[in-house]
Structures are given as C-alpha cells and as structure tokens.
Design a protein around this ligand. Structure first.
Ligand code: UD1
Length: 431
C-alpha cells in the first residue's frame, strides 16, 4: 500500500493552483441525471471520488467520458436504465446517495444502499428521507437498501405517464448539506413549489443551484437558509464550470502558515473561506485576499496566539478544516480549544499527532491543545481524507522524516497533492 514519505522543515514558497471543488463536482455529476441531453462539466478534479461517481453513473447506464488532462467531463444520461445505487459504491463513497434525488425525480423510483457508518461518525440519512417523504415519496427499508417510490401516478408535469413528486414546504431539523442537495434536485421536476427551510448555505449549494438553473430549473434563495424551487417539466443539457475547492485552498493556506515564506494560493476565494481566514489572522498569520481570486500567506516573525475554534455549518468554521488547523494550533504557544459540533468522531488524527510530539487531549467533542515547540517526524496513519491531509502538513513542519500510510484516503479528495507540495519546495515522495 502506498505511503507518503516527508522530510520536514523545508521552506515553502511560490504559487499553487487549487483544483475544482470535490464537494461540488460530485453533486453536479449526480444532478446531470436530471437532464434530457448531454451535460459538459469543466474543471473537474482528477480525484478518486470523481472516479467512483463516474462508476455510479455508468452503473446506472449513463454514457460518461472524462478528459483528465483538460478536466472536462461529458455525461449523457439518456441511456439510464437502472435505478439502483449499489452497496459496493455507496460504501466506497457516501456521496453516491446523492443520485437518489435525481433518480426519484426523473423516474419515480430508486433503490439506494444505506451508507452506514464511516470514520468520522454515524452519518444518518433521516433528514434526506423525511424530505423525500414530504415530497410524496413512499419509503421501504429492507435488506440494507432504501426503496423510494413517488406516490403520485398519472400524467407527470412533463405530460408523460409516470410517477412524480409533489412540491411542499420542508423544515429541516439541521441544515444538512447532503439533504439540501438531494431535496433541491428532487424538487426541480416536482409538481408545483417546494420550499426548504433551514437549508444548508455552503457555496457548493449555490454552485449546484446555478448548475440546475443553467439546465432550466427555477430555483431562488440558493446560499440562504430558505430555498424555493418551482418544478419544471424537464431539464436540458448544459455546459458548466465547477467552482474552486475551498477545503483544498484552506489546506494549502495552512501548509503555507506552517512553513511558508511567501505562498500565493490561486483560485482561492476569500469570501467562501472568510471565517477560516479571519481565524488565521487572529492567530497572527499574515494572510491577504487578492480580489477574491487568490490568497497570499507570508512568513511572520511575531509569536502566534492560541485561540478557540468551534465548527459549525457554513458560514461557521468548516469541520473539514478542523483536523488541518489543529496541526497549526499544536505548535502555537499556549492553550487552544477546538470544539467539533458537526461530526461526533472527528478527532482520529489527534492520537497520531500526539505520536509526533503534540500535546492534545480529547474530552468529548473538545480537543484541548497545549502548544509544543516542535513536532517530530514519525510513522503515522491516515484515518480519513482530511485527517490524512492534516498529517501530511504535520510532516512538512516536523523535524525529521514522517511516513503517512493509507494515503488512499487522501487520493479521494486531493488532486496531485504531492506534486503541488513539491512545486512549493516540500520534500515529499510516494513509496
Ligand atoms: C458534506 C461534505 C463533507 C462535510 C460535511 C459538513 C460532501 C460530499 N461532503 O457531507 O465533506 O464535512 O458536508 O460540512 O459534500 N445528518 C443527520 N441526518 C441526515 C444528514 C446528516 O443526522 O439525514 C448529520 C450527519 O450525521 C452529520 C451532520 O448532520 O453529523 C452533517 O451532515 P451533512 O451536512 O449532511 O454532511 P454531508 O452532506 O454528508
């Protein structure tokens, strides 16, 4: 199995470009199912999760071609003949359940494997199901699968015979991103108006709404906590460019904060990352917005200050950057406290960081971090995608050599991670 070998304490400098956003690309790919014609999506990152979603779409019967060099994906959903997201694929990547909304909307029924737990928590799908049921779907759970069927039958809004969903008002108990996306997609072809209250507000939701609008959907309020969708008869093909990945940007910003001289992170959108960037400023990092197009991080000579961080749905501090900023806080003098509110089990990286000399205690959903002077290189294991990236950053700043194993987690979400770090001067190789 592949691992990263990192020789730490090299100074990073130069420019690095962020790829297309994983957490948008996967949703746009799922939403393509809704189209009556071919969809072209640009700026698709070459990551393993995208490859898994391609497998899901092909399994359903869609024709898919991916030009990895040009980062252009073409999806022709006209041949879809299966309505099942199988366990092997959903287990590999939870986001596979995002095909449920589009399949239900277009064909009136879907069979999707229950995702089950993952390394960062149990991750329920009750909010998705309640939403589908409110739209008039009947659900049956059997043998590890959820079967959903639109209750209404007859001439659909498009005029064709079949099963269809009925628009309604849905109040989410929690602003789940996945549920917001699934219900928003399902509602595009429902009869009448759907309102989602307490919707997730992430920029990726706006990207998905804009993508659907470019296909002919009628959606208002994307990016606010109240999204209104007016059902249309059908959706057409489109050409669309995925937004840049804020979490990848945040990862490189943190790498630069740890060991950068002057690093420019291009395609990093400040407004999408403001809470995170302002927190870094508060700690004492010299970070600058370049017109919402790139972010520059410069080395600072003054001592950094400890802080409190509490993860929350957007626009709060992003949970995906929690493991990553924890690495920085582990070498900031004083005591910092990180509270994880979104996932129940997102401190798996802490034991590994402690093996590298960090002093972090986990108490429930809080991590109490006593800054140490230095981390020291050690063999460590990536338990999930962001925890894995965090350990690579720890290796960059640590004294000596760090080996990060199980890097297949990192390959799920970072395109050319080691190459991009090498281009900034990091000493990292794959073995
Ligand atoms: C997405 C992101 C993930 C990010 C997370 C939170 C993708 C592919 N993944 O995941 O990187 O960390 O948002 O920003 O976009 N929940 C329920 N019931 C539900 C749905 C969710 O209890 O029906 C809970 C989950 O267990 C979790 C929390 O709500 O504790 C957040 O989940 P959600 O916002 O749905 O995250 P995802 O869309 O799965």
């Amino acid at each position: 199995m592949e691992k990263f070998v990192i020789v730490g304490e090299k100074t990073l400098s130069g420019k690095v470009k962020v790829s297309g956003a994983k957490n948008s690309a996967l949703k746009l790919m799922a939403a393509s199912i809704l189209s009556e014609g071919r969809v072209t999506i640009k700026n698709i990152p070459g990551i393993d999760d995208v490859m898994t979603m391609i497998e899901v779409l092909k399994h359903l019967g869609a024709k898919v071609s991916f030009d990895l060099d040009q980062k252009v994906l073409q999806i022709d959903p006209t041949f879809i003949s299966s309505y099942e997201a199988p366990y092997e694929l959903v287990r590999k990547m939870r986001a596979s359940i995002l095909v449920a909304g589009p399949l239900l909307a277009k064909f009136g029924h879907v069979k999707v494997a229950i995702p089950g737990g993952c390394n960062i928590g149990s991750r329920q799908i009750d909010i998705h199901l309640k939403g589908f049921e409110s739209l008039g779907a009947e659900s049956v759970i059997e043998h590890g699968y959820i079967y959903l069927k639109s209750a209404r039958k007859g001439p659909k809004p498009s005029g064709k015979e079949g099963r269809y969903l009925q628009g309604t008002v849905i109040n989410f108990d929690f602003p789940s991103r996945g549920a917001t996306e699934n219900i928003m997609m399902a509602a595009t072809l429902a009869e009448g108006k759907t309102v989602i209250n307490n919707a997730a507000r992430e920029p990726e939701i706006v990207d998905l709404a804009n993508f659907l609008i470019s296909m002919g959907a009628k959606i208002e309020g994307g990016g606010t906590d109240c999204i209104t969708i007016h059902g249309v008869k059908n959706l057409k093909g489109t050409v669309y460019r995925v937004m840049p990945d804020s979490i990848e940007a945040g990862t490189f910003i943190t790498a630069a904060s740890l060991c950068g001289e002057k690093v420019e992170i291009c395609d990093a959108i400040w407004s999408n990352l403001e809470t995170f960037c302002l927190k870094l400023r508060e700690i004492g990092i010299d970070i600058e917005d370049r017109s919402n197009k790139s972010i520059v991080v410069k080395a600072v000579s003054r001592p950094l200050k400890p802080t409190y961080i509490s993860t929350l749905p957007y626009p709060g501090f992003p949970t995906d950057l929690q493991p990553i900023i924890t690495v920085l806080l582990s070498i900031v003098p004083g005591v910092s406290i990180v509270t994880e509110n979104v996932f129940e089990n997102r401190f798996m990286h802490v034991e590994e960081l402690n093996r590298m000399g960090a002093n972090i205690k986990v108490d429930g959903h809080h991590a109490i971090i006593k800054g140490v002077e230095k981390l020291s290189g050690a063999p460590v294991r990536a338990f999930d995608l962001r925890a894995g990236a965090a350990l690579v950053l720890a290796g960059l700043v640590a004294e000596g050599t760090t080996e990060v194993s199980d890097i297949y987690h990192i390959r799920r979400g970072y395109e050319d991670f080691e190459k991009k770090l090498q281009s900034l001067g990091a000493c990292i190789r794959v073995e």
